[in-house]
Design a protein around this ligand. Structure first.
Ligand code: GDP
Length: 348
């Protein structure tokens, strides 16, 4: 790897630290995110240098301080629950209180379905036009490990740029819950009013990782259905295994469209943060996440080196007939490939 930072990367860094409200900082942030997500070797090297620099600055800033002033909140829930509407209402209310809010989206399911639910349409127009908010137009996509890795890096870039609240919306289906829990400090599940019997099975996975459940659309004709749903979730959460001994998952109701109950939801989220911070659990969670991403990254890089290695490829081809006939087990074949890779780690 070359270790020279290009002048373009240097300019991105200068731009990032220019204060989040400036147009230069926003453009630099958007370009830095593109760089971090690029798969080109040259970009990957520059991305690594950029992130290292960002982390050095972070270290210098936090020298002597414990904890971190940023708060990363994950928002999951089925399509149509009102996540975008909620984030826009919450985001605007937070900027009015003096916060700088960044909104990211992740969509790990799109690597399977090939498309994104959101596409690249402009999202949350009011919030996106607010000088104290940054709304990333397209979701981070890719493999499970890749999405978590990139999202974490993008979070660091946003924080370097001065955003203190990071809202990560999970727009994909399926595995997104796991990813989101690996990326943020707290997970909020947003659900629409629904019949009680729908709760149990389908949402079990996400219920296990939710710190706060919010029933949205508690307005007009839907209000009483929302109340029933909230009670159902309270019962379900009482039966569920607790994620943290210090925290009893809470159920709230709101109307994102009317802007009602949003402050109450935010109060519970910050209460969670304060409770967890008091026992250093946010720091602990972040450090576990970093360690997990490190191993993920190593895993991905080793696999990509092994698959490109000429000796490994040759051995795989010569083993193919025996493997196809069942004369050698996949387990021993894999071991042979590993031995080849360890003997010839580099292509000559
Ligand atoms: P997402 O797919 O979870 O991001 O959901 P959206 O934010 O796009 O909202 C889906 C639909 O629900 C839209 O038609 C919204 O106008 C509507 N919606 C969102 N929040 C509320 C709410 O608080 N009350 C009502 N009645 N409708 C809402």
């Amino acid at each position: 790897m070359t270790s020279r930072m290009l002048p373009t990367t240097k300019r991105l860094i200068d731009g990032l630290f220019n204060g989040s409200s400036s147009a230069v900082a926003r453009t630099s942030l958007a370009r830095s995110i593109t760089l971090v997500e690029s798969t080109l070797q040259r970009d990957r090297e520059q991305a690594e240098l950029l992130l290292d620099h960002v982390l050095e600055q972070r270290k210098a800033k936090h020298e002597g301080h414990t904890g971190d002033s940023s708060f990363r909140v994950g928002i999951a829930g089925p399509p149509g629950a009102g996540k975008s509407t909620f984030i826009e209402t919450l985001g605007l209310s937070l900027t009015k209180k003096g916060h700088k809010v960044a909104v990211l989206a992740i969509d790990p399911s799109s690597s399977v379905t090939g498309g994104s639910i959101l596409g690249d349409k402009t999202r949350m127009t009011y919030l996106a036009n607010c000088p104290d908010a940054y709304v990333r137009p397209s979701p981070t996509r890719g493999t499970l490990g890749g999405v978590a890795q990139h999202t974490n890096e993008i979070v660091l870039l946003c924080e370097a740029c001065g955003y203190d609240i990071i809202l990560v919306e999970s727009v994909g289906l399926g595995q997104s819950e796991i990813i989101i829990d690996d990326t943020v400090d707290t997970v909020m599940l947003l659900v629409p009013p629904a019949g009680g019997d729908e709760l149990q099975g389908s949402k079990k996975g996400i219920m296990e990782i939710a710190d706060v459940v919010v029933v949205n659309k508690a307005d007009g004709e839907l209000k009483s259905a929302a109340k029933h749903t909230a009670v159902d979730y309270m019962h379900a959460l009482q039966l569920a295994r607790r994620k943290e001994p210090e925290w009893k998952p809470t159920v709230k109701m709101c109307s994102a469209r009317e802007g009602e109950g949003i402050d109450g939801v935010w109060d519970v989220l910050t209460e969670f943060r304060d409770t967890m911070n008091a026992v250093n659990k946010i720091e602990g969670k972040r450090s576990r996440q970093s360690s997990k991403w490190m191993w993920n990254q190593l895993n991905e890089e080793l696999m990509s080196l092994a698959k490109k290695n000429r000796f490994v490829k040759d051995e795989a081809s010569s083993l193919a007939p025996d493997l196809a006939h069942g004369f050698i087990s996949p387990r021993s074949a894999a071991r042979k490939l590993l031995e080849d890779f360890l003997t010839h780690p580099r292509n000559k």
